[in-house]
Design a binder for this molecule. Structure first.
Ligand code: F6P
Length: 341
């Protein structure tokens, strides 16, 4: 069998672990050939690829990013790929394509699959917002980075009697904010799923100062919005990939809290630090298991589906289940952390 693999969309710790695992299982388990397309679907469309053997993936397990490069692709070019998928499959002689990516990539994978390409998807995203899998690799690493940041910010906040507003990633789903906020003991957590009241945050900080705790940390997801009338904040425009251009909620909220509280507040935008660097052991294991199961699925002819974690087992889920609805933070998870909302 000849397998094509690519990584697309925003990168994420653990991508290299999947690539390595696919190559190991395919080569040593089945005697397959693997080629890697560069820069996601661009490589597939424009003919940039290279063979992947055991040496090519040696030493990459713990490395962040992706050795294949990654890119987002405009809808029009994805349609081009779907329309030409039979020709593309012939051109590279591949029996299956394994795209590793988030919601956008899996939607593209579904388009190719619907057009007749044999596809086995592997879900990834630090945001953990893909339905049909309990977890995506990269999330654990991002939560660890954000938690460490909160821990560190607490000590400097306390020294200076300040409010720190930590902005973490999460466009539509607040999983990173929720879990790093809980793990780091943030005093306020703001998620995209529930508009927040600035008054509640002001009250929380005032109460803390009144009982002698003269600092506070608020963890806010980049996609969180204040409740209507709670603070002046306009939603950003939509870019060419269908993403809202964020207006910097962390910075805006810190300014607003400083104004209302009359105390110093500082924004800290963690940004791509959450996506870079070495994956945690958890993410390396999950990514490795996904890679192994993707090759097994390819050999079973289990196309149009993606690897998924259910409980502690890896199963296969239809690409359609992963791409029709985002997995956002449910009400019961918010309730568990309600005292800090
Ligand atoms: O989808 C993952 C993600 O990390 C989002 O949380 C974030 O909004 C986005 O990617 C940023 O991506 P980029 O700056 O690479 O376009």
């Amino acid at each position: 069998m000849r397998i094509g693999v690519l990584t697309a969309g925003g990168d994420c710790p653990g991508l290299n672990a999947v690539i390595r695992s696919v190559v190991h299982r395919a080569l040593t388990g089945y005697g397959d050939e693997v080629i890697g397309f560069e820069d996601g679907f661009k490589g597939l469309l424009d003919g940039y690829f290279r063979p992947l053997d055991l040496n090519a993936v040696s030493g990459i397990l713990a490395r962040g990013g992706t050795i294949l490069g990654s890119a987002r692709l405009e809808r029009a070019r994805l349609r081009e790929a779907a329309e030409n998928c039979a020709e593309l499959q012939r051109r590279y002689g591949i029996d299956v394509l394994i795209p590793i990516g988030g919601e956008g990539t899996l939607t593209a994978a579904r388009m190719l699959s619907d057009a007749g390409m044999p596809v086995v998807g592997v879900p990834k995203t630090i945001d953990n917002d893909i339905s049909a899998t309990d977890r995506t690799f990269g999330f654990d690493t991002a939560v660890m980075v954000a938690t460490e940041a909160i821990d560190r910010l607490k000590t400097t906040a306390e020294s200076h009697q300040r409010v720190m507003v930590v902005e973490v990633m999460g466009r539509h789903a607040g999983w990173i904010a929720l879990e790093s906020g809980m793990a780091g003991g943030a005093h306020g957590i703001c998620l995209p799923e529930r508009p927040f009241q600035v008054d509640d945050l002001v009250k929380m900080v005032e109460e803390r100062f009144a009982r002698g705790k003269k600092f506070a940390v608020v963890c806010v997801a980049e996609g969180a919005h204040p409740a209507e009338g709670s603070m002046e904040y306009r939603k950003g425009e939509i870019d060419q990939y269908g993403h809202e251009r964020f207006q910097g909620i962390g910075t805006r909220l810190a300014k607003e809290l400083e104004k209302r509280l009359g105390k110093e507040a500082r924004p800290v935008i963690l940004g791509h630090v959450q996506r870079g660097g070495t994956p945690t052991a958890y993410d390396r294991v999950l990514a490795t298991r996904f890679g192994w199961h993707a090759v097994e699925a390819a050999h079973r002819g289990d196309f149009g589906r993606m690897t998924a974690l259910r409980g502690t087992s890896i199963t296969m889920a239809p690409l359609a289940d992963a791409t029709t609805r985002l997995k956002t933070v449910p009400e019961d998870r918010m309730l568990e952390a309600e005292s800090v909302f």
